[in-house]
Design a protein around this ligand. Structure first.
Ligand code: MN
Length: 382
């Protein structure tokens, strides 16, 4: 049994590549999204060397998924073509409608759970959509993209390329915290086997700087690689980690790797400081949830801080970076609790929300922050 629409998507992508159509790969800006983009780009390179692929990610103030702002940006680059969303898109009904009306074809490749319906894209590949009869649904997006790559390349997928993809699948699957069962487990094992001797210059460069003696476990190793890649920035909708992972020159990759690891070390220190500060503050309170925000925090640190706090206190954690009118938050849950369900019970107070049970995000108008906090407390104290 194949994932619903995956063959159809593969055929459409092959056609676009062969006919040199403009292809816009649009991926979420976390490691799962970026590795998905790299796999799809290299897959297309393998069937059509001189292709017309652009790869974009949302910039921070545009929020998660395909936004009207990003769509305007895409339209400034191309009049038509095929947009492929990776690790996002499944809830972008209006934006996808607009993209179609503007003359683009749209394929959604997204492992997130759809709402009641899926957007009216040309093709939707989402194991959690209705009518998908496959039994395993817990792929990271990078795993789903790997499946798509196999469907596109078939026997053209060399063992070396497959192994190189598996390293990315392992990184993305672990960093998205997907369950380590079935194919996920198999891919993680296979990918981690070769990762320290990777053929990919970027990954080899990272390991030439990080001292493997300092890894306390495989998981620790992956988290160090992840945090180096995650400290990369986005410039003009082009994610630097995407370019880094595609870099073919080892010396250039090494330069970038040095910068990224330095940034990630700075980040680790600041995350540790902020975590300590919050632990001290929160220890004095007694509440069912942790709900904190500030104008001065760096939004990109909050995921890491929230994870640590949630582990430490074993409580739901909501941290937000306060903006002028809107605040942007990140959520982490102890095992067995569901961030998306919790926010769904307060959705009339939110502008956007989404993610997975253990880790999610939201945007909220500042005037609703207090009400949102109360609503969440109600939900968790039930
Ligand atoms: Mn993902």
């Amino acid at each position: 049994m194949k994932i619903k629409n995956i063959e159809k998507a593969a055929k459409r992508i092959i056609k676009a590549a062969e006919q040199k159509e403009t292809i816009i790969i649009y991926g979420d800006s976390d490691l799962d999204g970026i590795s998905s983009m790299v796999i799809l780009k290299e897959t297309i390179d393998n069937i059509s060397k001189f292709n017309n692929v652009f790869a974009f990610s949302p910039v921070r103030n545009e929020g998660h998924g395909l936004s009207f702002q990003t769509l305007d940006f895409i339209k400034s680059k191309a009049n038509s073509g095929l947009i492929i969303t990776l690790d996002c898109g499944i809830t972008n009904f209006e934006e996808i409608k607009e993209a179609k009306e503007s003359g683009f074809s749209v394929i959604v490749i997204d492992h997130h759970r759809p709402l009641e319906n899926v957007p009216e894209a040309d093709i939707v590949v989402a194991p959690k959509q209705k009518g998908d009869e496959t039994t395993f649904k817990e792929y990271a997006n990078v795993g789903l993209t790997f499946k798509l790559a196999k469907e596109i390349l078939k026997e053209k997928m060399s063992p070396m390329l497959e192994q190189s993809f598996l390293e990315l699948v392992a990184l993305g699957t672990i960093s998205d915290m997907m369950i380590e069962e079935g194919e996920n487990k198999e891919w993680i094992e296979k990918g981690l086997e070769s990762i320290q001797m990777s053929q990919r210059p970027a990954i080899r460069a990272i390991f030439s700087i990080l001292n493997p003696m300092n890894f306390s476990s495989k998981r620790d190793m992956v988290s160090k690689v992840n945090s180096a890649l995650n400290s990369s920035s986005i410039d003009g909708h082009i994610h630097k980690a995407y370019l880094f992972l595609l870099e073919s020159d080892f010396d250039k990759a090494l330069e970038t790797a040095k910068d990224l690891i330095e940034e990630s070390n700075t980040k680790q220190k600041e995350v540790a400081l902020l975590t300590e500060e919050l632990i001290e503050k929160i220890s004095k309170e007694d509440s069912s949830i942790i709900f904190e925000g500030s104008y001065v925090w760096k939004g990109e640190y909050l995921g890491a801080v929230a994870s640590r706090l949630s582990n430490y206190f074993d409580k739901p954690v909501f941290l937000y970076k306060k903006g002028e009118k809107i605040s942007r938050g990140t959520v982490r849950m102890p095992k067995g609790m569901d961030a998306v369900k919790a926010m769904d019970s307060c959705k009339e107070l939110l502008i956007t929300f989404g993610g997975h049970a253990p880790a999610a995000g939201f945007t909220v108008d500042n005037s609703n922050i207090n009400k949102f906090e109360k609503c969440l407390k109600n939900y968790f104290e039930k």
